[in-house]
Design a binder for this molecule. Structure first.
Ligand code: UD1
Length: 391
């Protein structure tokens, strides 16, 4: 069974790495079977800077991509089209049984769309990992990518209960949908202790629990001068209490320099983007995290670190319902208020169901059951057993 796994942008790498590992483990656990799962890793090149891509491959011990498309940056239309043009011949040449895409970036939708429109004889089954999340805000490009990728997919793996409800209300048949947990948290659990060896705290001149960590990269927060000023002003009280370490996405870095905002708030320390282990170390030791990222809302929930999300909505409601996340909005007063609330919080909350480091094993068990040839069937366990074993 050939499976083509697509990655493209930074948040894809920690979601795909555990799946590739679980495939290797599955193959060695079933070495006597006549058939293996044969992965082909495709990197679209949506993210290409060493710190946005190579650093993650190294930290997450990922194999080198079998195919690199080098699509690069551009407007949404340019980037999506470039990925599609470069991906189609790869898919036609590789002829996989399964195409697996993760998350909600442009690479996710572009590759699913290519596969979906191939002639029936060459069309692989499309599998979406992290399906069903909805912010209900169609101004977010990621929301469009989520809705459309889910509509194109044959099998949908969901991280939290809200995803099941959203897919149900959009009419996706329940037989296509599986709640399996969160592969991003698989990576976190696997590398949590390695991150303790990072020297990033010393390099930043901070100590455990005595600093805050900031990330910002959404167009809505960083592209306009006024929007960025609002967020920075919202952080000014926190910056008086503790240093704020700010590893900035290249897009945010460029904007901050362009708008002359580098020293706008004393106490916010702008640094280059970090690799996975350094960032995980900074996150797990922070007093608080302020972010507009989707994944970081989940990672802080799993780590029990208070998080303020500088957005008006989230597609990951479980991080608010039982996790450590609160929405701070995008206005200075609301952000400052959310930070005050979170500063008062101590102690961890709950970790969502199935965020236990075994999501990728569950996914691979279900894929094997669905897509491996029937003639190996008698030799192996039923899906129920495979999934049960993975628990
Ligand atoms: C993308 C995803 C977003 C995800 C984010 C994580 C989409 C629609 N957005 O946003 O969901 O949260 O990745 O980082 O897919 N750039 C570089 N070097 C790089 C990559 C990007 O300098 O390696 C700069 C370029 O100026 C580029 C800009 O960042 O134009 C935006 O990159 P892009 O991939 O279009 O979107 P992100 O903002 O990274």
């Amino acid at each position: 069974m050939k499976i083509l796994v697509v990655v493209g942008a930074r948040p894809n790498f920690m979601k795909a790495a555990p799946i590739l590992k679980a495939i290797r483990e599955f193959n060695s656990a079933h070495a006597e079977w006549a058939e293996t799962i044969d992965p082909v890793l495709v990197h679209t090149g949506q993210h290409y800077d060493a710190q946005m891509s190579d650093a993650f491959f190294a930290d997450l011990e990922m194999p080198r991509p079998d195919v690199f498309l080098g699509a690069g940056s551009g407007s949404h239309a340019e980037q999506t089209a470039e990925i599609m043009k470069r991906f189609e011949p790869v898919l036609l040449g590789e002829k996989p049984d399964v195409l697996l895409v993760v998350g909600d970036v442009n690479s996710t939708l572009a590759c699913a769309l290519v596969a979906c429109k191939l002639p029936k004889t060459s069309r692989p089954a499309i599998v979406h990992v992290e399906a069903g999340l909805r912010s209900f805000d169609r101004a977010m490009p990621e929301e469009i990518n989520r809705i459309l990728t889910d509509q194109l997919s044959d099998l949908l793996f969901v991280t939290e209960e809200s995803g099941l409800q959203n897919l149900r209300s959009e009419g996706v048949p329940a037989t296509k949908v599986h709640l399996v947990g969160n592969t991003m948290i698989d990576s976190l659990r696997e590398y949590e202790s390695c991150a303790d060896h990072s020297s990033i705290l010393q390099r930043c001149g901070v100590t455990r629990q005595n600093y805050a960590l900031l990330t910002l990269h959404r167009a809505a927060n960083v592209d306009e001068h006024e929007a960025l000023i609002e967020v920075l002003e919202g952080l000014s009280d926190l910056a008086k209490l503790m240093p704020i370490i700010f590893p900035a996405h290249p897009r945010t870095h460029k904007k901050i320099l362009e708008l002359g905002l580098k020293d706008y708030v004393a106490g916010i320390r702008l640094i280059e983007p970090l690799g996975y282990l350094d960032f995980l170390c900074l996150m797990k030791n922070a007093r608080m995290v302020v972010t507009d990222s989707g994944g970081i809302q989940e990672e802080t929930t799993a780590l029990g670190i208070p998080c303020v999300t500088t957005r008006d909505n989230t597609e990951r409601p479980v991080t608010i319902e039982i996790g450590t996340n609160v929405l701070g909005g995008t206005r200075r007063e609301s952000i400052a208020q959310a930070i005050r609330t979170q500063l008062a919080i101590r102690g961890r909350k709950s970790v969502p169901e199935l965020w236990d480091g075994r999501a990728a094993a569950r996914i691979v068990g279900i894929l094997a059951d669905r897509f491996m040839s029937a003639d190996v069937l008698p030799a192996r366990a039923t899906s129920g057993q495979i999934v049960e074993n993975a628990r």
